[in-house]
Design a protein around this ligand. Structure first.
Ligand code: ATP
Length: 309
């Protein structure tokens, strides 16, 4: 008995750690893009969010391959407690910004600060715990729907899981399934639609409730009506908690109310401001906006799926 119980206990903790590391891996966006050469500084300290989560990119340049720069001397400030949108053509480096912030890669030159702490000087664990992301493509684990949400917080109670699903506007759908929250994702397999997956990912993030939130095309698979309803819920949670949030979105309708919109072009900031300021400026954003707007009907319904590409 003695001989057995030790390894079993050990396995239990390994399993928990494994689940936790799967959770962390969720933030990798794409498992192939992991860079194992990132090392924690020997004197790294836990990240302190003492100013509410202000993020600064200071003159950051980065290339995956030396001959093809992705970010070029990019400087931007994401103010604490604000909703910020990052827009720009496909491939301009939006998801790369998140990967650098998470330290899946380090900038070649320049620095990234969160509340005045260089991300290279803080522990990876504290960094990744502080940031939550709804990635472009959410991995679901071969487990129940309830557990898939609970990856956001392994200690969460059933009612907290349900509350998160309600806010992510997926609770009614889950309840309509014969096995409800006990439905195995694997069993349903392809029957979970892209939009349902995205809402499960949002539920998971709301349950995790991190100080910094990133939404990378998080609602792109939803119809306009569901997307607007979900965005309203997300907005009210962010306002209530004064969270710093960053939205990467092609559909400008989902972000035009952001406190700050940063427009990227060829790896640096082309322009930034509020929706109104950028429209008045008549630059790249206003061009993107008018292209997309002509594709909306006057009642606000979408004529077709529109992107900035
Ligand atoms: P989208 O809007 O289409 O999601 P994005 O602006 O988020 O695009 P990134 O995903 O940041 O763009 O990618 C920027 C560029 O870097 C792209 O041209 C992409 O092909 C390239 N890239 C991304 N990851 C890698 C990698 N691991 N190795 C080499 N090139 C990469």
């Amino acid at each position: 008995v003695f001989q057995l119980s030790v390894p079993l206990n050990f396995l239990g903790s390994v399993y928990r750690e494994l689940r936790q590391s799967l959770l962390d891996m969720e933030t990798l966006f794409n498992l192939q893009k992991v860079n194992v050469s990132i090392k924690e500084a020997p004197d790294a300290k836990a990240l302190q969010l003492s100013h509410g989560g202000q993020i600064i990119f200071d003159n950051v340049s980065f290339a995956y391959n030396k001959n093809r720069p992705i970010l070029r001397n990019l400087t931007m400030t994401i103010p604490a407690g604000k909703k910020v949108a990052i827009v720009g053509p496909s491939g301009c480096g939006k998801s790369t910004l998140l990967r650098l912030l998470f330290r899946f890669y380090d900038a070649d030159t320049g620095r990234i600060f969160i509340d005045d702490q260089d991300v290279r000087q803080v522990t990876l664990e504290s960094l990744r715990k502080s940031i939550g992301v709804v990635p472009q493509d959410t991995p679901l684990f071969n487990d129940t729907v309830g557990h898939n949400i609970r990856y956001g917080d392994l200690e969460a109670s059933e009612s907290q899981v349900v509350a998160a699903a309600q806010r992510a506007r997926i609770h009614d759908i889950i309840s309509s399934w014969p096995a409800g929250y006990a439905t195995k994702v694997g069993e349903r397999g392809m029957m979970i639609s892209g939009g349902e997956k995205q809402r499960l990912a949002v539920s998971r993030l709301l349950l995790k409730d991190p100080p910094l939130l990133f939404f990378d095309e998080a609602t792109s698979a939803l119809d306009t009506h569901t997307e607007q309803a979900l965005m309203q819920n997300i907005n009210s949670i962010l306002r209530e908690k004064s969270r710093t949030s960053v939205f990467v979105a092609h559909r400008l309708r989902t972000i035009y109310d952001a406190d700050l919109i940063i427009v990227l072009k060829e790896g640096s900031v082309a322009e930034q401001g509020t929706h109104k300021e950028l429209i008045d400026r008549g630059g790249l954003y206003s061009e993107l906006w008018s292209t997309q707007e002509t594709l909306f009907s006057s009642d606000g319904s979408e004529k077709e799926v529109v992107t900035t590409d």
